[in-house]
Ligand binder design. Structure first.
Ligand code: BES
Ligand code: ZN
Ligand code: ZN
Length: 491
C-alpha cells in the first residue's frame, strides 16, 4: 500500500480510519465535530463503548472507521485490529483512505497501526486466475496519513520503518503460504540471492548438493534422500554499513527450511497434512529478519544459515533404524523420520558455531506438535541456556506481540535421547515432553555455545486471521527478532 504523509487535512477523502485512545476519547471531539461533522451527541454513546471498531457514516457522506484502543492494549492486538478493519471493509472503501493520526502521540502505537495498514494489503490469492475483488481493490490502494502539526520527523521515520518491516514480513508470508509443489529449495535460494542483489549489506552463499556432501552436512543429506529435488544450504551474511562500535558484534540465526513435511517413512496422518507446506516457517522468518535488518540498517551483523529440503517418501528415503553422521561428527540413530527438523537444524547450528562464531545464536523452527499442545496458537516455545537472553526474548515478545515463553532445559531430559548404538537418537521412546526433548537434541549440536536460544514456532507460523478462511502465514519471528536486536543488541 502506498502511503503519503501530510500535515494538511484533505476534505475530499471519503474513507477515514480514526484510531484513538478510548480513555481519552473526549479529547477527540473537537476534531471530529469540526472536521468530520460528527456531533458530541452522536459520538457520546459510541466512542466510550468497549469493542474496537465502529463504522458510521456522517452527514458529509464519509465512512469513518473508529479504532478504539484501550490503555495498555497489546501491540499485536493493535496490528491485527488494524488489519481486520481494513480487510473487512475494503470492499466498500473508496481509496485513498485517510488515516488520521492526529490524536495519537505514542510512537509504538503509531508503528503498529502503520505496520498493520501495510500488512492489510497482503495479496493472498497468489495462484488465483483472477484477483478477488478485495485483492483487486487493495492492490492499487493508497493511504494518506494525516499528522498533527506537532508530530515531527521522528513520526515520519517511524512510519517508514513500519512500512519497511511490512515488506520483509510479506515476503516471509509468501514463502510460507506458497504451495508445497511450487516452493522447492530453489525458491528460497532465489529469494536469498535477490536479497544480496538488492542490498549491498547482504551477501549470500548457496551450497548445492555437491558442496553439501563435501562439507559433510550429513543430516541434511539424510532428510533429502527421499526427495525429488536437491537440497540447498543457504548462508547469508548481513554487514551493516555503519556497525555499532562497542558491545555485541554478531547475531547467528538458523531457520528450519522444510518445504513440505510428509513425515517421511514415519508418515503423518492425512488430517491437516496440507499445513505442512508451512514447515519452512523458521527459514522464511530468518530470510525476513535479514531483509528487515538490511532495510532498517540495523547496526549489528547477522550470519544466517537455512538448510532446505522437503521430507518425502521414496525407496531411497532414510528409514527409522538408520544411523547417520552429522556435520559435527556425532552419529544419530533415527527413531522417527518425522523428527527431521532437529536433524537439519543440528547441522546448521554446528556449522554456524564452528565457522562463524556468533556472539548470540538463535534458531527458529516449526519443530514439534508438542509445543502446539503446550502453548496453543498464541505463543512460541523458548528454550535457552542463557537466562539473560531468555529474559530479553520474553520481553521483546510481549512488547512486539510475538510472544515466546520459556520451558526448562534441565539435564534430566538428556536421558531421553540416549541411544544404545549411536551418540544420540532423534526421538525419545516416551511420548512426553516432546518440545523439550527436541530442544535438548539441538543443544547437543551447539558446541556448548554460551548464549543460544531455540524458538519452537510450530503453533504460530500459521494463524487464523482476517486474511483468509483457512490458516495463513503470520511471519512470526521477523518482528520479534528485529525488536530484540533493536532493544538489546543495539545499545
Ligand atoms: N513439522 C513437524 C512439527 C509441526 C507440527 C509443525 C504441527 C507445525 C504443526 C515436525 O517435523 C514433526 O513432525 N514433529 C513431530 C515429531 C514426532 C516424530 C514426535 C511432532 O511433533 O509430531
Ligand atoms: Zn516432521
Ligand atoms: Zn517438520
Amino acid at each position: 500500500m502506498k502511503i503519503e504523509v501530510t500535515h494538511e487535512s484533505k476534505g475530499n477523502i471519503q474513507t477515514v480510519i480514526y484510531p484513538y485512545l478510548k480513555d481519552q476519547w473526549r479529547a477527540n471531539i473537537q476534531i471530529l465535530e469540526s472536521e468530520y461533522g460528527l456531533s458530541a451527541k452522536v459520538l457520546d454513546p459510541l466512542l466510550d463503548q468497549d469493542g474496537t471498531k465502529l463504522v458510521i457514516e456522517n452527514d458529509r457522506n464519509r465512512k469513518i472507521i473508529f479504532l478504539g484502543l484501550s490503555e495498555g492494549v497489546l501491540p499485536g492486538k493493535i496490528r491485527t485490529d488494524t488489519i481486520h478493519a481494513v480487510r473487512k471493509n475494503a470492499g466498500s472503501f473508496s481509496f485513498p483512505i485517510l488515516l488520521d493520526l492526529r490524536s495519537l502521540q505514542d510512537h509504538r502505537i503509531i508503528f503498529e497501526i502503520i505496520n498493520g495498514l501495510c500488512l492489510s494489503s497482503y495479496h493472498l490469492g497468489m495462484y488465483k486466475s483472477e484477483d478477488s475483488p478485495i485483492d483487486r481493490r487493495l492492490k492499487k490502494s493508497h493511504a494518506v496519513v494525516l499528522l498533527g502539526n506537532e508530530q515531527n520527523e521522528k513520526v515520519k521515520s517511524i512510519i517508514q520503518e513500519a512500512q519497511a518491516l511490512a515488506i520483509a514480513q510479506k515476503n516471509t508470508m509468501d514463502l510460507v503460504n506458497g504451495a508445497g509443489n511450487l516452493i522447492h529449495a530453489n525458491a528460497l535460494s532465489k529469494k536469498a540471492k535477490k536479497l544480496s542483489e538488492s542490498f549491498k549489506s547482504v551477501s549470500v552463499k548457496i551450497f548445492d548438493k555437491k558442496k553439501i556432501k563435501q562439507l559433510g552436512l550429513g543430516c541434511l543429506l539424510a532428510v533429502n534422500q527421499g526427495s525429488q529435488w536437491p537440497p540447498v544450504f543457504i548462508l547469508l551474511e548481513y554487514k551493516p554499513a555503519h556497525p555499532k562500535k562497542s558491545g555485541l558484534k554478531k547475531l547467528g540465526l538458523a531457520g528450519k527450511g522444510i518445504t513440505f513435511d510428509t513425515g517421511g517413512l514415519s508418515i503423518k496422518p492425512s488430517a491437516n497434512l496440507h499445513y505442512m507446506k508451512s514447515d519452512l516457517g523458521g527459514g522464511a522468518a530468518v530470510l525476513g529478519v535479514v531483509e528487515a535488518a538490511a532495510r532498517l540498517e540495523i547496526p549489528v551483523s547477522i550470519v544466517a544459515a537455512i538448510p532446505v529440503t522437503d521430507n518425502c517418501i521414496d525407496a531411497a528415503s532414510f528409514k527409522p533404524g538408520d544411523v547417520i553422521q552429522s556435520y559435527l561428527g556425532k552419529t544419530i540413530e533415527i527413531i522417527n523420520t518425522d523428527a527431521e527438523g532437529r536433524l537439519i537444524l543440528a547441522d546448521a547450528l554446528s556449522f554456524l558455531v564452528k565457522n562463524h562464531k556468533p556472539d548470540v545464536l538463535i534458531d527458529l523452527a516449526t519443530l514439534t506438535g508438542s509445543c502446539v499442545q503446550t502453548f496453543g496458537y498464541h505463543c512460541a516455545g523458548l528454550f535457552s541456556n542463557d537466562q539473560e537472553l531468555s529474559d530479553q526474548l520474553v520481553k521483546a515478545g510481549l512488547e512486539s506481540g510475538e510472544k515466546v515463553w520459556p520451558l526448562p532445559m534441565w539435564a534430566e531430559y538428556d536421558e531421553m535421547l540416549q541411544s544404545d548404538i549411536a551418540d544420540i537418537k532423534n526421538l525419545s521412546n516416551k511420548p512426553v515432553a516432546g518440545a523439550i526433548s527436541a530442544a535438548k537434541f539441538l543443544q547437543a549440536f551447539v558446541l556448548n555455545h554460551p548464549s543460544w536460544a531455540h524458538l519452537d514456532i510450530a503453533g504460530v507460523a500459521l494463524k487464523e486471521n482476517s486474511f483468509g478462511n483457512d490458516k495463513v502465514a503470520s511471519a512470526f519471528g521477523v518482528r520479534l527478532i528485529i525488536d530484540f536486536m533493536q532493544k538489546y543488541l543495539v545499545r
